[in-house]
Design a protein around this ligand. Structure first.
Ligand code: BDR
Ligand code: CA
Length: 320
């Protein structure tokens, strides 16, 4: 099994990514860290605990509260899509450990994440599905972490379109300076970016919702409700018929690379502001002849196979 660490900002699609990382048969989720993004850090951390609780994750999987703001800019939250709580308006039980673990600021959070990854005993894949602040700090403060990582896979960025501005994807816009650190960090083992162009082909369609509802349980009902909230928000904000499930695509990539097409290229992050702040500048045609620093996922070959994988993970979570 591949050891994976998930850095996230739950978040509707993050919730599904946690489930896939915890229950895909070829992955072993060794820890979760949280970051502000879809909501403030208090809320995303609370949501990580909630998802872990309702999905039955063993309490041996640590949930570490990470950095609470971008490196040098104001916080942007995704309330328009993910609601005031970050998980819609759904009434789901709180993890019993939540109150005791969350309220204190953990001044050693970076060290604690680093130490867990270092001590796994085999290479770890770091999957980042929120703003890249924690990842950038880890690379700066503990550069030796690179020895313990096989890959950093991020959901974020885009080749062309934006979803937070016309030119930038939400996670990248949120902390472009952190993204710059990650994309320009020397000797990062293998950096992979799953951009919007790919995640915008993975829709939670009516057929998908029907399949989810055929797993009759309180857990699947909750997940279906999350998708309902997400669908309504995507309809209102982007006029999409169905919502794209971004974050689990990064987990699916780690679980089964054969399902994806990728291209190695040079990627820079725009940090100067103006219209293009947070944009990922993907040199698809190698026009600059710069070092190719990122595998950009170009396509998911069979979307149905993604959904088979996602629904199997949900079934596994349900059976535990
Ligand atoms: C990304 O932004 C967040 O709202 C989602 O959770 C995902 O990580 C998509 O742009
Ligand atoms: Ca996310």
């Amino acid at each position: 099994k591949k050891a994976v660490w998930l850095d996230c900002d739950p978040g509707h699609d993050d919730a599904f990514a946690i489930i896939l990382a915890a229950y895909h048969p070829s992955l072993e989720l060794i820890g979760i860290s949280t970051i502000d993004g879809n909501q403030t850090l208090d809320k995303t951390t609370k949501n990580a605990y909630t998802v872990a609780y309702i999905a039955g994750l063993p309490t041996t999987i640590p949930i570490i509260r990470g950095c609470n703001e971008p490196l040098c800019r104001d916080i942007i939250t995704g309330g328009e899509i993910h609601g005031e709580t970050g998980l819609g308006d759904i009434d789901i039980p709180e993890h019993p450990e939540y109150q005791s673990s969350i309220n204190d600021y953990d001044e050693n959070y970076l060290w604690n994440i680093y130490k867990k990854i270092r001590d796994v005993g085999r290479l770890v894949t770091l999957i980042a599905i929120g703003p890249l602040t924690n990842v950038a700090l880890l690379l700066k403060v503990f550069p030796q972490i690179k020895k313990f990582l096989s890959e950093i896979v991020i959901m974020g960025g885009s080749i062309g379109m934006g979803n937070a501005t016309p030119s930038a994807e939400f996670n990248l816009l949120n902390d472009p300076d952190a993204a710059h650190i990650v994309f320009s960090s020397p000797h990062v083992p293998r950096l992979v970016m799953v951009p919007l162009e790919v995640t915008h082909t993975v829709f939670a369609t009516k057929q998908v919702r029907d399949r989810l509802r055929s797993i009759v349980s309180p857990f699947s009902t909750t997940l279906d409700y999350l998708l309902h909230y997400f669908a309504t928000a995507y309809k209102d904000v982007y006029q999409f018929d169905f919502p794209p499930l971004h974050d689990p695509c990064a987990v699916a990539y780690v679980a089964n690379k054969d399902l994806f097409e990728e291209q190695l290229m040079h990627v820079d992050i725009e940090r100067t502001g103006g219209y293009c702040l947070g944009r990922t500048i993907c040199d698809v045609f190698d026009m600059q002849r710069k070092e190719k620093n990122c595998f950009v996922v170009m396509k998911i070959k069979k979307v149905e196979q993604f959904w088979d994988m996602m629904l199997e993970a949900i079934e596994q979570a349900d059976k535990r």
